[in-house]
Write a protein that binds this ligand. Sequence first.
Ligand SMILES: Cc1ncc(COP(=O)(O)O)c(C=O)c1O
Length: 390
Amino acid sequence: MIPSVLPTYNRAPLSFVKGEGSWLIEADGRRFLDLGAGIAVNALGHAHPDLVKALTDQAQKVWHVSNLYHIPQQQKLADQLVEHTFADTVFFTNSGTEACELAVKMARKYWYEKGQPEKTDIITFEGSFHGRSSAGIAAAGSEKMVKGFGPLLPGFVHLPWNDKAALEAAITPTVGAILIEPVQGEGGIRPLPDADLKALRALCDEKGLLLILDEVQCGMGRTGKLFAHEWAGITPDIMMVAKGIGGGFPLGAVLATEEAAFGMTAGTHGSTYGGNPLGCAVGSAVMDHVANPDFLGSVRARSGHLRQALEGLVAAHPTIFEEVRGSGLMLGLKCKASNLDVVKAGYDAQVITVPAGDNVVRLLPPLNITEDDIAEAIARLDAAATKLEG
Ligand SMILES: Cc1ncc(COP(=O)(O)O)c(C=O)c1O
């Protein structure tokens, strides 16, 4: 008999009933160190007092008003994002997938309004992940995601990861945009080198294409800058954001330049819940922390310590791990053992990590994880690896 919850997830036998900082407490009372943060969502850990206050204060006032009216919390968060980024304008969604939908629509509408409606194609890359909607799976194009769900949304050109010759060859008159994650998350923590992201920007400028960055996983302080593209010193035309921006409350956004957004006039897009007062109140509180240069400095410092300790872990367990990769607090342990076995051994040692493609185990802890918790995490990962060796 089919379970009452549609069985689309392979769930671990764990039920968490409470969260405190970087810790999750299981129904049986066991405490787990959370290096997954809900897959890069709980940017400030669990039950951060400022986020609890922002949500409960807003909940006392008004939960939902339609986008038929002005929403001051939405305006405030949009202003914060515009102040701290390349963007001139923001549309709020409830998830990364919805951000992908709008990014694709915005790019196509841009070219339509510019009188070049044939430029509907968007170049994407192998190993990418942009969500599970029809546009999201068509954009990523992996067999695992698209099989059985055809006919797929047309207009995506799939290229190998970071293959310059293939990229140059793929730019035909019907291509209007390039969509890429600066650091692939689901694909296995694969950062695009800064020089290559710079080159991609230059190529878009030369060929007159829109550059769309998917920073759903790597954005919001995850790499130690507010957004990952800042490391390369470039800016996109359109950017997808979600996960960390809500700190655990469902929230996403599309950020864009005035030029890229020029086709998106009244009536061209909408969302019932997108930009609701609760989500935006929490998002503003997240931004108050994450956009602070001192906070971002502390992410970089913690990243340095965690990374160094992980290098030691890899050296100590050469049959389990191969290398550490990634950026900031978006780190991956490329495994020699099965990454699923490593994650499972982690559960036994009460440390939570997340599997990714390319046999990688992801470490995406809260951005404010303490140094003590980093030391404890390494001890638990060491215990997990030792058990696997046995
Ligand atoms: C890079 C990237 N884009 C898009 C998405 C989809 O976001 P959501 O699951 O919030 O719809 C994800 C989710 O993992 C992601 O990592």
